[in-house]
Design a protein around this ligand. Structure first.
Ligand SMILES: Nc1ncnc2c1ncn2[C@@H]1O[C@H](COP(=O)(O)OP(=O)(O)OP(=O)(O)O)[C@@H](O)[C@H]1O
Ligand SMILES: [Mg+2]
Length: 266
């Protein structure tokens, strides 16, 4: 792997109108074959950052993929490199789960040497939703829709996968299925994955690196053990919390009280 491999962000500024949300953000070496979590409070700028990395909102500064500047790419080329799953899913579409997955695959340029139908079914199978293949997207539950949207992102085999709260509607079993699969896909295909999560224990269990964003700034960045500390949780989220290890060695967070709130003190 060359020194320039991965995703590098330098001096990135993004905002809405005159309001700047992300100001000159630097983020080096988001590696391929690994999963990076982006966590932080509501309104921290996580979605804004992800959408700017996906080329969906204008940004100043540099976003380099394997040393190549992404900002100059036309939208179609950009979308082939970077696949984005939004926090809020688009309005309902009159396609079956299988048709939507197949159509996502066919819209990417990487279909020459593969059987698109088999690939589409394989992704649905790995997500545990093969039984939904012929169901209409507009007949699905919230969690099923989220899984179908993830299938559409995964099947395109992008170089960069940006997932905005992909487990927010999922039960505990499907959360595990999705995080495990995302890690496997990252490693199998050398993909760069950045995933926004509110569940810090889920991020700590399944992600290699955790970046904590607050008010548009990076507050912590490292392994789960480095990034998730009581001091970070107090300053970023305003909670009194303990960080412990479960019997399997994974980071667990126990929130005891809202800081300075006598009513919630344990
Ligand atoms: N389209 C928009 N126009 C104007 N302001 C926006 C827009 N989208 C987001 N914002 C503002 O930008 C800030 C960051 O929002 P963003 O959606 O990036 O936060 P977030 O970290 O993803 O939060 P959450 O965890 O609630 O999803 C917020 O103050 C929000 O109100
Ligand atoms: Mg968001």
């Amino acid at each position: 792997m060359s020194a320039a491999s991965g995703l590098d962000i330098a001096g990135l500024s993004v905002g809405y109108g005159a309001r700047r949300i992300i100001d000159k953000l630097d983020l080096d070496g988001i590696s391929a074959s690994s999963v990076t979590a982006l966590v932080g409070p509501n309104a921290a700028g996580k979605t804004t950052l992800l959408r700017s990395l996906a080329g969906l909102i204008p940004a100043r500064g540099s976003i380099r993929l394997d040393g190549r500047e992404l900002s100059g790419l036309d939208p179609a080329s950009y979308a082939r490199e970077v696949s984005y799953m939004p926090q809020t899913l688009p309005p309902r579409v009159a396609l079956s789960v299988f048709e939507a997955t197949l159509s996502a695959l066919q819209s990417s340029a990487l279909t020459q040497d593969i059987d698109p139908k088999r690939e589409s079914l394989d992704v649905l199978r790995r997500l545990g939703i093969a039984d939904l293949a012929m169901r209409g997207l507009d007949e699905l539950s919230g969690g099923q829709r989220q899984l179908a949207a993830l299938a559409q992102c995964l099947v395109r085999e992008p170089r960069v996968l940006l997932l905005d709260e992909p487990t927010s509607a999922l039960d505990i079993r499907h959360q595990l299925t999705v995080m495990k699969l995302v890690g496997e896909v990252a490693r199998e295909r050398g993909i760069i994955v950045v995933v926004v999560l509110h569940d810090i224990a889920l991020a700590a269990r399944w992600c290699d690196r955790i970046i904590v964003l607050s008010q548009g700034h990076i507050i912590a960045d490292g392994t789960p053990a480095q990034a998730i500390t009581p001091a970070m949780l107090a300053s970023v989220y305003g909670v009194e919390a303990r960080v412990e290890r479960c019997s399997h060695g994974f980071v667990q967070v126990m929130v005891d009280a809202v800081k300075g709130d006598p009513a919630s003190a344990g």
